[in-house]
Design a protein around this ligand. Structure first.
Ligand SMILES: Nc1nc2c(ncn2[C@@H]2O[C@H](COP(=O)(O)OP(=O)(O)OP(=O)(O)O)[C@@H](O)[C@H]2O)c(=O)[nH]1
Length: 340
């Protein structure tokens, strides 16, 4: 199987300045308690305690910020679909700028930690050592306050990006068609029982992902199931991003019209989907067990006029022609995936 990719799931919880400061001070205090046990002359001991406090606070803060950087995938290395999602959901520029702030703060805190530790080692009195440590704490606080907006931004971005579905880097079929035409029945029949429901920030219905061997199949309820002119900008972008994922679109038509949409409506949606995706489209005329011969012929004529090349007549429920459909999908998906 291809590699896992919701790359944002690994991002750690983002602490706000107060929380991070409190954590660092707690750890600093703990280290100080241990250091005070040591038998040392009083000035040496004061320096020793304060220096360790400073070093601990500095590394807790700097490490925490660095961890966010390390666990966040570099945007330009991500699959194009995820890059597009970052742009749509949070904005790539703002995201990069904010990560830059984490780097700046982490490096500065580490540098200051070293500087103050050195100064404390030369302190002439315990009071001076204490004063230097307080000064250091004040500076760290103010650095964190300075990047507070960026921390808040990344915290919100993480929440949103974590909700993205986990797609694999495999040949992918995206399924489209009006509600109730039989998309989820078909997905289940083609991929077996293991259909996962993933959340997708643009639709409350989630996204269904199944695997037909090494082929990924994605059903997008709520996205590719009604006319595009009814969409808002964000939804449109979410739909457009599927372009980066799809190697083939499987458009399902309900020949019986029992789904509640006429053939005309369904063909119109197909026309829109065809314009939107720059990958081959396979049309499955479904529920042929319920539709008349004439109706099916009429649909085939219309599809011909539209210039659809690959059309299969199937029944998802009665499992008619599913093996042929499977083979076609596999062949075209792999071919397109390889040539991308
Ligand atoms: N007779 C018959 N019924 C079918 C066939 N395919 C699907 N159905 C039925 O059609 C209904 C809708 O099927 P679904 O698979 O839920 O349709 P969907 O397109 O996934 O619907 P949404 O999840 O709302 O987008 C269900 O009752 C299915 O059992 C078929 O080939 N023949």
């Amino acid at each position: 199987m291809g590699k896992e990719a919701n790359p944002f799931k690994k991002m750690p919880t983002i602490l706000m300045p107060d929380e991070l400061m409190a954590k660092a001070l707690r750890r600093g205090e703990k280290v100080a308690v241990e250091m005070r046990q040591k038998e040392l002359p009083w000035l040496l001991k004061a320096r020793f305690v304060e220096e360790h406090k400073v070093r601990t606070i500095s590394s807790v803060v700097a490490d925490n910020l660095q961890k966010v950087i390390d666990k966040t995938p570099p945007i330009r290395k991500l699959p194009k679909f995820y890059q597009e999602m970052v742009e749509v959901l949070v904005g790539i520029d703002e995201f990069k700028k904010s990560m830059g702030a984490f780097k700046w703060a982490s490096e500065l805190v580490r540098k200051l930690g070293n500087e103050y530790a050195r100064k404390i080692r030369k302190a002439r009195t315990p009071q001076q050592a204490g004063k230097l440590r307080k000064e250091f704490v004040g500076r760290v606080k103010s650095i964190l306050e300075q990047i507070h907006p960026e921390m808040a931004f990344i915290a919100v971005a993480r929440e949103k990006l974590k909700e993205l579905p986990t797609f694999k880097d495999l040949p992918t079929v995206v399924i489209a068609g009006y509600p109730n035409v039989g998309k989820s029945t078909l997905l289940k029949k083609l991929t077996g029982a293991d259909v996962e429901i993933n959340s997708y920030p643009f639709t409350t219905k989630g996204i269904n992902v199944g695997y037909m061997g090494e082929i990924q199949m994605v059903d997008t309820p709520g996205l590719l199931d009604r006319p595009l002119h009814e969409r808002n900008d964000i939804e449109l972008q979410a739909i457009l991003a599927l372009n980066y994922l799809a190697n083939v679109v499987l458009f399902v038509i309900d020949a019986s019209e029992f789904c509640g949409y006429t053939i005309e409506d369904q063909i119109n949606l197909l026309r829109e989907v065809k314009q939107l995706f720059n990958v081959p489209i396979i049309v499955a005329i479904n529920k042929i067990d319920l539709a008349s011969e004439d109706k099916i012929k009429e649909i085939e004529e219309k599809l011909k006029k539209l210039g659809v090349e690959t059309v299969l007549k199937i029944s998802a429920n009665s499992e008619i022609n599913l093996d042929t459909l499977k083979e076609k999908l596999k062949k075209i998906a792999i071919r397109e995936f390889m040539s991308k």
